[in-house]
Design a protein around this ligand. Sequence first.
Ligand SMILES: NC(=O)c1ccc[n+]([C@@H]2O[C@H](COP(=O)([O-])OP(=O)(O)OC[C@H]3O[C@@H](n4cnc5c(N)ncnc54)[C@H](OP(=O)(O)O)[C@@H]3O)[C@@H](O)[C@H]2O)c1
Length: 372
Amino acid sequence: MSLDQYFTLGRSGLRVSRLSLGTMTFGDDWGWGSAVDTARAMFDRYLEAGGNFIDTADLYTEGTSESMLGQFIEQSGTRDRVVLATKFTYNAQPGNPNAGGNGRKNIMRAVEGSLRRLRTDYIDLYLLHTWDRITPAEEVVRTLDDLVRAGKIRYAGLSDVPAWYAARAQTYAEAHALTPLVNMQLEYSLAERNIEHEYVPLAQNLGMGITAWSPLAMGMLSGKYKPSQQGGEGEGRLAKVTAAPGFERFTARNWKIVAELEQVAKEAGQSMASVALNWVATQPGIASVIIGATKLEQLDANLAALSFTLPAPLRDRLDAISAIDKPFPYYMFTDIQQTRIHGGVAVGDKPESYASRVFVPAVQAREISAKR
Ligand SMILES: NC(=O)c1ccc[n+]([C@@H]2O[C@H](COP(=O)([O-])OP(=O)(O)OC[C@H]3O[C@@H](n4cnc5c(N)ncnc54)[C@H](OP(=O)(O)O)[C@@H]3O)[C@@H](O)[C@H]2O)c1
C-alpha cells in the first residue's frame, strides 16, 4: 500500500492517506522539535510520497507549528490538495477561562486564530483536542455545526475524550441532523492499547475513523533507548523530558515490548519503527496513523511502514507481548458467552459475504425497514 491510496475517513466522503503527517515537532519552542528548514523538507517529502493528510493544533509549539504549515502550504500552492486538521481546547490567555476549553466562546475565538496562522479561509477537519470536563457535548456539536455552515470548517471530530462523551455527541448530532463527527484522534501503539476496549467498537459502530497518535510511543518503539538507572537513556524527546507528566514511557512493560519488537523486526527484515507503525495501521478501526519525526531520515524510515505485510506468526508475537488485561465488564463479552447466552451456537449475526461495507446510520436503517 502507498500513501497515494486514499480511503474515506469514518462515515464521510473525505479521502485521506493511511499515514498522516504529525507536526507537533514543527518548531523548537518545546525543546524537542525541528527548525524551519527540516520541517519544510519533511512537509515536501510527505507530499512527494503522495500523502495528503496533515495534523496540527493551535497548542503545538505555541502556534509555531500552525504558522509554519500555513507558510509551507501557501508557498507550495497545495491548499486544495492537503487535508488540513487542527484542534482547539488549550488556553491562550492565562487568567481567562473562556480563552480555553470547549465552550462556544472559546471555539469561536480559537478557530479565527488557527485560520490566521494557517493562512487559509477553511479548515478541513476541526477537532476538539481534550475533554474539559465541563462543556455539554450538545454545545460542542452545535458550535461545530455552525462552523461548517459558516464555511470555516469542512468536517469535525474529537480527540482525547471519554467514550461516553463521544457517543453522546454523535448520537445528538445524528438525532438532530447536525454535522456528524467523522474522526476520533487517540493514542494507540504497541505500548498503549487501551482504546481497544471501548473506542474501537464505538468508532466502528458510530461511523468515526480513528487516527492514532504517538504510534511509536514518542520514539520508545524505534529501539534507540536503553534502560538505565534514570529509567532510560538515548538521543531524543524521551531522554529530554523523561520526568514530565504524560511522557512516562520507560516502563518495565514497554522494555519487554521493545525487546520482542527488536527480534520480530530482525526476522521481518524491517526497522523496528516500520514494524511498530505497520502493526498500528493494520489494526481494526484505524483510519490513519499520525507519524512524527524530527529528522528527514526518520520520516523516510517511517514512510516505508506500509510497504510490507507482517507475517501472521510475527504479528501474533507482537499481539501477545503487548496484550492488555480485559477488566470488568469486558471479560464478559467474549467466548465465555457461547453456552450460557448463545446456546452453544456459533456467534455471528450475518454470513461473512452479507455484511455491508457501507455503514447505515440508525435513523436511515429505521426508515428503510419502515418502507419494507
Ligand atoms: N491529540 C493528541 O492529544 C495528540 C498527542 C500527541 C501527538 N499528537 C499528534 O500525533 C503526532 C505524532 O505524535 P508523536 O510525535 O508523539 O509520534 P511518535 O511516532 O510516537 O513519536 C515521534 C518521535 O519519535 C522519534 N522518531 C520517529 N521516527 C523515528 C525513527 N524512525 N527512528 C528513531 N526515532 C524516531 C522522533 O523524536 P526524537 O527525534 O526526539 O527521538 C519523533 O519526533 C503529533 O505530531 C501530533 O500531530 C496528538
